[in-house]
Design a protein around this ligand. Structure first.
Ligand code: NAG
Ligand code: NAG
Length: 232
């Protein structure tokens, strides 16, 4: 009797030790074979044949999303992708992806600036210029941007660690807040806030956004679109 109890205790202790030492379980189960088998083969590839549905084009560039909404076969995989073209001296303005990190691959770039800020907002920004073949990481949730500092267009893809990374553009997000809170947070006078609110760029890309680049490439710059000087 005592002996049986001892064996049970020993086995239990042994199991407890094994369990404590076991590695953490895999974060997500692989997509079930049966689920994969139910997807027609043609749906494992994505062809951007209907650009009007998912392609954003503005003066500064264009993007083509391959997220869950556009590509249902991604369901359960935890990944997605967007392809970008960014025109000379143009900016993909600061934004965040609340649900995903992003991994950029430069398919064609002579001087593509990629930058982000840490969550504490006080550390030095992380800013690098990259060229064709380089990759760049944007950690989940951090505010980041891409700026093409070359006179030729740049193209790149960004893969996300979620089928639905969601995108919150900083300026557009701020403009969605109630005015008293935002105006006080920005430290604007009422008149300056009116000017900023009426003219803040909210497009997905900003054309010829860098003044030095514009001068270098012989383009007319609209880096500064809001002028407070006429107002007092
Ligand atoms: C990126 O390139 C621009 C334009 O050539 C240059 O002014 C800037 O110093 C570079 N920045 C970094 C971080 O290398
Ligand atoms: C910048 O300038 C171009 C060309 O002059 C114009 O088409 C564009 O709308 C301007 N603004 C932005 C935000 O790109």
């Amino acid at each position: 009797m005592a002996r049986v109890e001892q064996i049970v205790l020993t086995v239990a202790l042994g199991l407890a030790v094994v369990c404590a030492a076991a590695p953490a379980p895999a974060p997500a189960a692989a997509t079930a074979e049966s689920t994969l088998a139910s997807i027609p083969s043609s749906q494992f590839v994505y062809h951007p044949t209907t650009p009007a549905l998912n392609t954003a084009v503005s003066g500064g560039g264009s993007s083509s999303q391959r997220l869950l909404a556009q590509w249902p076969a991604l369901k359960g995989t935890g990944i997605s992708q967007t392809a970008f073209n960014l025109n000379p001296c143009s900016l993909r303005p600061p934004h965040t992806h609340p649900y995903a990190s992003g991994l950029l691959y430069a398919t064609s770039a002579n001087n593509l600036q990629v930058g982000f800020v840490m969550a504490d907002g006080t550390s030095e920004p992380v800013v690098n210029n990259i060229t064709t073949g380089a990759s760049a990481l944007f950690p989940q949730g951090l505010i980041h941007y891409q700026l093409n500092l070359d006179c030729q267009p740049a193209s790149y893809t960004i893969s996300y660690s979620s089928e639905e990374p969601e995108t919150q553009t900083v300026v557009n997000g701020l403009l969605g807040l109630p005015r008293p809170a935002l105006q006080a947070a920005l430290g604007f006078s009422s008149g300056d806030f009116d000017l900023w609110q009426a003219q803040a760029p909210t497009s997905k890309f900003i054309q010829v956004a860098d003044a030095d680049c514009a001068a270098r490439c012989g383009l007319s710059s609209n880096a500064t679109v809001i002028s407070f000087s006429t107002h007092n």
